[in-house]
Design a protein around this ligand. Structure first.
Ligand SMILES: C[S@@+](CC[C@H](N)C(=O)[O-])C[C@H]1O[C@@H](n2cnc3c(N)ncnc32)[C@H](O)[C@@H]1O
Length: 324
């Protein structure tokens, strides 16, 4: 059975059941900036032991420190394993011309894309200038807010956004250009009920509830296909993958995905919870740490079989459209 399905419905039954490896005991052993950086981009916010972006302070609640960069790079490797080492699925044609990556993070997707397609011109945009100085000559980075008035109209053949968990507005590709989003459905679950009543379940319920209360769209992906359709895109395709958290699956593919996922999730628990709970819910750093350490402990328990779905959604701007 395929490991991912075309998600024409929210049909988890069509995804394979991941069998538990009863032997497993726990974790297997296992820039160049084209714009001059305004000082606000480098004036980071330091809070509760983490560092946050300075440009458009408060817009994004995840940290931008070294620990977070390591986590994002682990997630990148997990996604490459999960997607058979494909950086994207949209049939963009070859060679792709001008490409934009929204929310470039550490810049790892941009650098890989630029290496794989030397004739493409690849631009990564982010609120934080985290990206490396030494990058392929066809890659560059911009500090910008993708929710600002859009000045890059009709400039790109392909716009990619991964792990945004934010609002989809209008995506100005060239007519016939492609957009692709890759994101989690953070509504984690287990097929055998083993997540029920655990601190992992509590963590997601508290943190996702708080993001929603604060006005963030925490799980955009199940709606992305619909939103692209409403925005006038065509040839929309929704692909859904299932990722375990931890090395508990018997199948080697799921085990590898699960171990990378566990490594990034363990770091991600604090990254996801600290700002939203202290800024919006009045929690202390210590209270957040209690929630986080409970989730960290139980997510490592091979008896807790946490799963999460990951979506890849792409579509094409119609030929005649000027405003998709
Ligand atoms: C979870 S990280 C994902 C990074 C990268 N796409 C990846 O997959 O590794 C989210 C990134 O989105 C950036 N971000 C959030 N809101 C943004 C906005 N409005 N404009 C530009 N970047 C934004 C953050 O600064 C952060 O680097």
């Amino acid at each position: 059975m395929a490991r991912h399905v075309q998600a024409d419905s929210d049909d988890n039954a069509r995804l394979p059941v991941i069998e538990v490896d009863l032997e497993v005991g726990g974790l297997p052993k296992l820039l160049a900036y084209s714009t001059s950086l305004s000082s606000s981009a480098l004036e980071y916010r330091h809070e509760n032991g983490r560092r946050y972006h300075g440009y458009r302070d408060g817009k994004y609640l995840g940290p931008n420190d070294e620990q977070e960069s390591d986590r994002l790079d682990m997630l990148h490797e997990m996604l490459l394993v999960m997607m058979n080492r494909e950086l994207f699925l949209a049939p963009v044609g070859s060679p792709p011309g001008r490409v934009l990556d929204l929310s470039a993070g550490t810049g790892i997707w941009v650098v890989d894309f630029a290496d794989n397609y030397p004739s493409a011109e690849v631009i990564g945009m982010d609120l934080s200038p985290l990206q490396p100085q030494f990058v392929p000559s066809n890659a560059r980075f911009l500090v910008d807010d993708y929710e600002d008035d859009w000045i890059y109209q009709d400039q790109f053949d392909f716009i990619h956004g991964r792990y945004l968990a934010g609002a989809v507005k209008d995506w100005y590709t060239k007519p016939e250009g492609w957009v692709e989003f890759q994101d989690w459905d953070v509504d984690v679950y287990s097929e055998d009920g083993s997540i029920k009543g655990t601190s992992v379940e509590k963590y997601y319920s508290v943190v996702c509830g708080s993001f929603t209360k604060a006005g963030f769209i925490i799980s955009p992906c199940p709606h992305l296909g619909e939103w692209l359709q409403e925005a006038g895109f065509e040839e929309i395709h929704v692909e859904k993958y299932r990722a375990s958290v931890g090395g508990w699956p018997k199948d080697k593919y799921y085990k590898t995905v699960g171990v990378w996922n566990l490594l990034q999730v363990e770091i991600g628990f604090e990254a996801g919870a600290m700002a939203v709970l202290t800024r919006f819910e009045g929690w202390s750093k210590e209270e957040v740490n209690v929630l986080v350490s409970g989730a960290r402990k139980e997510v490592r328990d091979p008896k807790v079989h946490t799963l999460a779905d990951f979506y890849v959604v792409y579509g094409r701007k119609p030929k005649s459209s000027t405003e998709a």
